[in-house]
Ligand binder design. Structure first.
Ligand SMILES: Cc1cc2nc3c(=O)[nH]c(=O)nc-3n(C[C@H](O)[C@H](O)[C@H](O)COP(=O)(O)O)c2cc1C
Length: 189
């Protein structure tokens, strides 16, 4: 199987869900955000926005408002999360990047997914752990959540398509070797 640095980096990326308290440097964060902006995007509209939060209190407030939105849901699983004092959707990562876009184009979410994967790969190459955080996707239009993300800088006409948790993986937490499903590829000759 052919291998090079880029393919190795792709295979090395894993979702990290336990972080140390160490903050990602501003230089590394800027490199990760720049990688996001180089992602392919439909018609090259670049209508996306990346809101990076590095403030612990603001992240706690965001999590509390997301839990507030969950509390209004009929879904028992979300209700459980809402009332669990330990629930933290971003796993206490020191940095969270909210990835949003205008919902006017049907591919808006795809643009964001491309940018998010670029961030994951750039992070991996810099030794920084990352994870996709989806909870704002379903809660961004809850009034209390919307008020707060607007305050944080998410454009008012944007929907959130995903978030990226960034930080350093806790070395005590073992990440299992990835098993990749077989039979998902067809090559027609
Ligand atoms: C669209 C999407 C949404 C995801 N949402 C979450 C999430 O909210 N929380 C989480 O811990 N992981 C989330 N993940 C990460 C997946 O669980 C993870 O990529 C998958 O289990 C494979 O593991 P790996 O990333 O280590 O290869 C999400 C991934 C994708 C692509």
């Amino acid at each position: 199987m052919k291998i090079n640095e880029v393919i190795e980096n792709i295979k090395a990326r894993r979702s990290v869900r336990t972080f140390t308290d160490q903050q990602v440097s501003e230089e590394d964060l800027l490199a990760i955000l720049e990688a996001a902006t180089y992602a392919p995007n439909g018609m090259h509209y670049e209508s996306w926005h990346f809101t990076a939060i590095r403030n612990c209190d603001k992240l706690i407030e965001l999590n509390n408002r997301i839990k507030g939105a969950f509390a209004k849901s009929d879904d028992l699983h979300l209700q459980e999360r809402a009332h669990n004092p330990n629930y933290c959707c971003y796993y206490h990562a020191p940095t969270l990047v909210i990835v949003s876009n205008e919902p006017t184009q049907w591919w808006a979410g795809m643009d964001c997914a491309c940018a998010i994967e670029n961030m994951f790969l750039a992070s991996t190459s810099l030794g920084i752990g990352s994870c996709w955080i989806n909870q704002l996707g379903t809660t961004c239009d809850d009034p209390e959540v919307r008020e707060f993300i607007t305050f944080l800088g998410v454009p008012e006409n944007h929907k959130v398509y995903g978030c990226v948790a960034l930080g350093f993986a806790n070395p005590k937490t073992l990440i299992k070797t990835k098993a990749v499903k077989v039979g998902t590829v067809t090559i027609v000759k």
